[in-house]
Each structure stands twice: as structure tokens, then as C-alpha cells.
Write a protein that binds this ligand. Structure first.
Ligand code: ADP
Length: 456
């Protein structure tokens, strides 16, 4: 809009000058013709002169536009001068913009050169376009590697899968080079034109610290287990010993309760550190979810806190999931036991298994007191409890949902929690369809040599 108002008066001026020029030219030639007794021929000749002059201006302008860079700016007059001026302005503007763009790009490259992560820019076809100093060091890139497919350089199968999938919400941790002691975290950003920038961060030190923390907890829980068992054994003996009077008995009972809490804590910590260790050898098998839930319901009914609870199961079929039975037991067990622990006697608990298109959903719903919304995002944090005093009274460790979340993650599943105060809570585990074992697969492994172990 602004360019219109800027250029319009100039165009009008040029146009008026042109008009003046045409009028003077035609009029002069008409006068000249009239002097010899041929005014009309004079006028026509004037027009012809103007036409030829115009054609020359157009030709010059066209030649210059065609070879803009090489030829000198032509001398054109009248209205054609206006077009020349406009074209020159545009050229200058374009040059300025180009310069700015180049400077911005150079600045961005300098910035990327300076970052501590390795950065690689690849185009839509996955070919390397550019990389920074860190990438050169980390991947030993040479200038001949430009235009090479990035997957030929980072040829780790997990990275290939991650890169090809095209979903880069979560970063990927991988050993790089494969099976070495080095770990990198890869994150990818995709641009509209298909370009992708790959950032690789060395997380070896972080991994080592994490491993140390995990090993420490695993060792500590292992070391605590034996003395705790011995102490609890003695406490039990002392409780039933004939020489123990009633007041002492009460003390021993309380000591044993605390011992049980510690034993549960040690057990949960062991489970959690086991789940966290990514290097562990996990043997997945076809687990009968229906049978597993039936067993968990029986165990829930023998809990101290089970008082007139009504557990209902809504399971239409025998569902099999590819997974580790102990881990799946931890997931569903924690959810069902929580529903018994944190709801008053007589509450209704519904365990439902359904098969939506996306995979398998196992949900545990209760009509208990519910959980305030502010707690929901933090429930799966270690040792997070809504009501600390109540939880300790129910024998909770604060690790149950953290374990459930981890165990689900190792099955590529996720936990969703919905709750309303006064109405109840619903915990749902969602497993992707790749984890579902189909009937044909089961029949095959039952008849042929079993490639898939079945747990039911
Ligand atoms: P804990 O071992 O203490 O039970 P969890 O991680 O299993 O720890 O649960 C965290 C907290 O979530 C519990 O302390 C409890 O306050 C709350 N919670 C879990 N399940 C339910 C439920 N079904 N109804 C109400 N509160 C629940």
C-alpha cells in the first residue's frame, strides 16, 4: 500500500511530462506541415516520429532488463525513464535484502558452530547439507561427506528407525558408536520444506552418573534385604514367645509393621532400579492378561484394607500381551491394590479390558474419594503421596505408580489418570497394537516349535 502512495506522484509527473512532450512534438510537426500546406501529413509524421522514438526506448529498456548485470544503464527518457527508475530501485532493494539475508545466515551458522552439541542439517531426502565443528569432531566428517545420506554416517539401527519414523517428539538416547561406552542423545527438528536439523549431545557422563545412582540403590536394597528378614523373623518370634507380656507384644507388633514397611520399600526400590536398567536382558513372552488380572483380584481380596469392596471385571475374551509377566503384574497389581487401599469399605472397583483400534486398554476404576486435579501430574513421581499420613497407614511406599509408569514404558505403553474429588478415579494403561498377540500367533507357537513362550 505504502509503495503505491510513494510511486504514484512520481508516475503522474512522468506521465504529464510525456504528455507535454507528445503534444509539443505533434503540434510542432502539424505547424511545420501547415507551413508547407500539409497540416495532416505533418501531424501523421509527428505521430510516426513519436512511435519510432517509443520503440527505441522500449528496445533499450528491454535489452537492459535482459542483460541487467552486464550492460550499462541505458539512457531512456519520458515515461520509459520511470520504468527504468523503478527497476533500478527494485534491484537496489533486492541487493540490500540479499546482503541482510546472507549476514543473518552467516550469523546463524556462527551460532551453530559455537554450540556444544553436534549439529547436522539434512535436506528432505536425508542428505547432509551442512554440519558444525562439533559434528565434524564427533562423526569424523570430511568435506566429501556433504551430500552423503546421513544414515550412511549414523548407521545405528535405532537411529535409522527413529529418523525414518519422522516423529521427533522425544529425543533418542543411543550408544554411539554402537556398543561403545559412549552415549549420545539425538533430537531432530523438522522444517516445513522437509529439511531437518539433527542435534547430537554427548550424555556419556550423565549416563555414568545415572548408572551409579541406580547401582547404588540396587546394591543398597539388596544389602538391606537380609538384615531386615532376620530382624522381622526375630520380631515375629518375640511376638508369640510365651514370656512376652502384652505391653511388649504391642511394641513388637508395631516394630514388625515398620519392618514390613521397610521391606516393602526395599522391594519397590529393587523393582524400580531393575526396571530402570536399560541394559537388562528382558525376555518378553505372551502373557495372558485375563488370567493375570484374575490372580491379582484374588490377591487384592486378601489385603488387610479389603473390606466389603466390590470388584467387578469387564473382560470379554482372553487377551495376550507381549511382555514381561512380573512387570505387568506390578503395573496392574499396583493399580488394583491402590484402588482397594485408597477407597473406603464397600467401594466399587471395576477392572475393564478393551481392545480399541490403537491396541489394548486396561483400566481400573473406583468410586472412592478421588484425587484433586493439582496432584494428578505428580502422582507418578517417586515418593509422591497425596495424603502422606493416610498413605503410610495403608502401607504405601509412594513408589507404586512410579513403578507402574516405568513398567508400562518398557512395554511402549502409557498411563493415563482421570479423577474427580468425590466421584472416584480411573487409571488406564494403554498398550500399542504391536504388543497385542493375535490368536493365530498363539496357535502357531502352540503347534510348531515355540518361538513365543506363553504365560497364562
Ligand atoms: P503408594 O505406594 O503410597 O500407594 P503410589 O505411587 O501407588 O504410592 O500412589 C501415589 C498416591 O496416589 C498415593 O499415595 C495415593 O494418595 C494416591 N492414589 C493412588 N491411587 C489412588 C486411588 N485409586 N484413589 C485415590 N488416591 C489414589
Amino acid at each position: 500500500m505504502s509503495s503505491m502512495t510513494d510511486t504514484t506522484p512520481a508516475l503522474r509527473n512522468y506521465f504529464l511530462a510525456e504528455l507535454k512532450y507528445v503534444v509539443v512534438l505533434i503540434f510542432s510537426w502539424t505547424l511545420f506541415g501547415a507551413f508547407f500546406g500539409y497540416p495532416i501529413s505533418g501531424t501523421l509524421f509527428g505521430f510516426a516520429v513519436y512511435m519510432v522514438w517509443s520503440l527505441i526506448q522500449i528496445y533499450r529498456l528491454n535489452e537492459w532488463i535482459k542483460h541487467k548485470k552486464k550492460s550499462r544503464v541505458p539512457v531512456v527518457r519520458g515515461i520509459y525513464g520511470y520504468f527504468l527508475e523503478e527497476s533500478l530501485n527494485q534491484k537496489r532493494e533486492h541487493k540490500r535484502e540479499n546482503k541482510k539475508l546472507k549476514a543473518a545466515m552467516a550469523r546463524q551458522r556462527d551460532l551453530m558452530e559455537g554450540v556444544r552439541d553436534a549439529a547436522i542439517l539434512v535436506d528432505a531426502s536425508g542428505k547432509i547439507q551442512w554440519y558444525n565443528y562439533q559434528a565434524r569432531q564427533m562423526l569424523d566428517l570430511k568435506s566429501k561427506d556433504r551430500e552423503k545420506p546421513v544414515l550412511a554416517i549414523i548407521n545405528d539401527p535405532t537411529f535409522i528407525k527413529y529418523f525414518s519414523k519422522g516423529k521427533f517428539v522425544e529425543p533418542l538416547s543411543l550408544q554411539f558408536p554402537a556398543k561403545s561406552n559412549h552415549w549420545v542423545e539425538a533430537s531432530i527438528t523438522k522444517y516445513k520444506n522437509g529439511d531437518r536439523i539433527i542435534l547430537l549431545r554427548d550424555i556419556t557422563r550423565l549416563r555414568k552418573l545415572e548408572n551409579m545412582r541406580r547401582d547404588f540403590i540396587a546394591n543398597l536394597s539388596h544389602e538391606l534385604r537380609t538384615p531386615l528378614t532376620v530382624l522381622r523373623g526375630y520380631l515375629e518370634t518375640l511376638q508369640i514367645h510365651p514370656n512376652t507380656d502384652d505391653s511388649l507384644k504391642r511394641i513388637f507388633i508395631q516394630m514388625d509393621e515398620q519392618g514390613l514397611r521397610m521391606a516393602n520399600l526395599v522391594q519397590d526400590l529393587t523393582t524400580l532400579s531393575h526396571l530402570e536398567s536399560l541394559e537388562q536382558d528382558r525376555q518378553e513372552e505372551a502373557v495372558n492378561i485375563t488370567a493375570l488380572i484374575e490372580r491379582i483380584v484374588r490377591d487384592a481380596q486378601s489385603l488387610d484394607t479389603f473390606k466389603n469392596h466390590k470388584i467387578k471385571t469387564e473382560i470379554q475374551d482372553d487377551y495376550f500381551l507381549l511382555g514381561v509377566e512380573t512387570e505387568l503384574r506390578s503395573v496392574f497389581g499396583n493399580l488394583v491394590f491402590n484402588a482397594v487401599r485408597y477407597t473406603p469399605p464397600g467401594s466399587k472397583i471395576t477392572i475393564a479390558v478393551s481392545k480399541p483400534k490403537s491396541g489394548l486398554r486396561v483400566s481400573v476404576e473406583d468410586n472412592g474419594p478421588g484425587i484433586e486435579e493439582k496432584h494428578l501430574p505428580r502422582l507418578t513421581e517417586r515418593f509422591y503421596r497425596v495424603d502422606k499420613s493416610r498413605s503410610t497407614g495403608t502401607g504405601g511406599t509412594g513408589l507404586g505408580l512410579a513403578i507402574a509408569k516405568h513398567a508400562l514404558a518398557s512395554h511402549n505403553g502409557r498411563l493415563s489418570i482421570k479423577s474427580k474429588v468425590g466421584e472416584g478415579s480411573k487409571f488406564s494403561c494403554v498398550f500399542p497394537k504391536e504388543k497385542l498377540v493375535k490368536k493365530e500367533q498363539l496357535e502357531k507357537s502352540q503347534s510348531n516349535e515355540p518361538s513365543l513362550r506363553i504365560v497364562s
